[in-house]
Design a protein around this ligand. Sequence first.
Ligand code: UFG
Length: 347
Amino acid sequence: MKVLVTGGLGFIGSHTVVSLIENKYEVIIVDNLYNSKIDVLDRIEKITGVRPKFYKLDCSNSEEMDKLFSQEKIDSIINFAGYKAVGESVKKPLMYYENNLDICFALFKAMEKYNVKNFVFSSSATVYGLPDKVPLTEESPVKSATSPYGETKVMIERILKDMAFVHKDWNIAILRYFNPIGAHKSTLLGEDPNGIPNNLLPYINKVAVGELKELKVYGNDYPTPDGTGIRDYIHVVDLARGHVLALKKLETNPGLVVYNLGTGKGTSVLEVIKAYEKATGIKIPFEFAPRRDGDVPENYASTEKAEKELGFKCQYSVEDACLDGYNFQKAETERVKNLIHKTAKTL
Ligand code: UFG
């Protein structure tokens, strides 16, 4: 089984590639390195002993995609490629709509022309908007999202439904991720965004290694038990395994299927800080700040459907993910320091 993984060197993509290789899939990665590093390919090889074939290509370019599909006989696609920063998307909506939609158009055209029938799409819990009630089931209404980024997910889900309607032999898995955190145990793969992180765990990691002074907790007046926002934090290695299970499901020809990938458990920002401190023994200084625009008070997944139909069950806790995330950050900071030291010596 040859699986094309777009954005396969990114945070979720790289962990999924490892999981696919461990499950004996042949993986081809396409990534334009916009938000990822080529080193990740070496690290995947270090972990799995297999170096997947890699193409540095822009997935939004249909000619380049056409060429790739003419060279490789691809059975399935997992599409991670796309811009993903919520705040940036509010400032640059056109960039987000154009890129995220063009990537899908290029892939769908190639699927039609080269007879590829299986497609897994990285969607997000953001499609549920402000939830009427939690936990969110796959039947909860899909609403207008609170950012252009989120809206691209809503739009692509809609386009996928239209594609499935005309292509009865296509199998499509829409996976709605909750909040992926953590890193690979080896400390070789993880999330290390450029600049000041927007997301909670990458920010806490930088505080833990001393790169940032303190965390700002956005809002302590939400209608939640401790007043801070509640999310469903899922370890990225569990999430990666969910993709392999989804792919196996597609091999049974189910048509279009939708699954939440979360733990089913909500955790508040203050609880995350506590779990992090317990797991790492490091104190995380924080102060309360006003609510962040676009944040919902609470969301977490109903995991019943994924558990029943995919056999998906999370193995790791928030505490496990905090420790793995911290260990990755610490190792990465060391690696960067060593590199700077080495470069300075050779100059
Ligand atoms: N938070 C802080 N301080 C920070 C960063 C975040 O208090 O510095 C809080 C937020 O207010 C929220 C929680 O931590 O209550 C989680 O925030 P994240 O930014 O880590 O994650 P979000 O839930 O906002 O967003 C994530 C993904 C999006 C996706 C969304 C779907 O990053 O891509 O989940 O629900 F769209």
